[in-house]
Design a protein around this ligand. Structure first.
Ligand code: 1GP
Length: 242
């Protein structure tokens, strides 16, 4: 009997992830460098302009390389088959239930029969940069303090048993004291950090506190800097093991 690895097991060793936006241009050369960088996975997702076509296009390009590729589903119409796993965000700090369960309910009503349940992982998203598209779109209440963020993390981790807590500072490097407070409260879930990492030092700081570090924007503005974050994260993880 062949035992399939669960998607939760698949993401356990992920320490560094590059997030690619289907709505942004990346050259073949840069994509190759990103995919061969030693990162643990490619996560495809974005807040705006994500379509079926640009998602298929990016997936097929990433498939030229041997690393896991996940889709973070934000657009129902862009839920392309063929990814290794699907990450489903639930934004916890929004007063709008559409972003917690509403879009999810509609997706299940429309596509429930074809949802690959075993390939799904739910992310308890805590959105903390008021200037980000994700905050604007979801109406997230970003003006929360570290204790409130940690309480949301516990909602995800302890009450909802979500496999992932995702601290999302998209576009801005986060407050590491808040990240630390959240870290101390998360016991079961894998803690993802994403937002504004532009150099090795920031990557190290995030890696010291979180299980998985997600690097996005800098790929498009300075790919060489982006590539350096891989070794920075791995080095930090190694130092913690020593
Ligand atoms: C965005 O968390 C990711 O969803 C990464 O953030 O793009 O700011 O690196 P940046």
């Amino acid at each position: 009997m062949i035992l399939m690895k669960s998607v939760q097991q698949m993401i356990k060793p992920w320490r560094h992830v590059f997030k690619l936006d289907p709505d942004r241009m990346i050259s073949d050369e840069d994509l190759e460098a990103v995919c061969l960088s030693g990162t643990d996975a490619i996560l495809i997702g974005g807040s705006t302009g994500v379509t079926y076509e640009n998602t298929v296009d990016l997936l097929s390009r990433v498939r030229g390389f041997e690393l896991p590729c996940a889709l973070e589903v934000s657009e129902l119409e862009a839920a392309v088959p063929g990814f290794d796993l699907y990450m489903i965000p639930m934004v916890l700090n929004t007063p709008d239930p559409a972003w917690i369960v509403g879009h999810h309910r509609r997706a299940i009503e429309r596509y429930g029969f074809m949802i690959p349940w075993d390939s799904l992982l739910t992310e308890g998203y805590i959105v903390l940069n008021s200037d980000s598209s994700v905050a604007r779109i979801t109406g997230a209440e970003t003006a929360i303090d570290a204790e409130e963020a940690a309480a949301y993390a516990q909602v995800a981790d302890r009450l909802m048993s979500l496999p992932i807590v995702y601290l999302e500072y998209s576009g801005r490097f986060g407050d590491m004291e808040t990240v630390r407070t959240v870290r101390e409260m998360v016991e079961q879930a894998q803690l993802f950090y994403g937002g504004g990492i532009t150099c090795e030092v920031e990557a190290e700081q995030a890696a010291a506190l979180c299980d998985t570090v997600v690097v996005g924007n800098i790929i498009y503005s300075d790919v060489q800097q982006a590539l350096l974050t891989v070794a920075a994260v791995k080095k930090t993880v190694q130092e913690q093991l020593d």
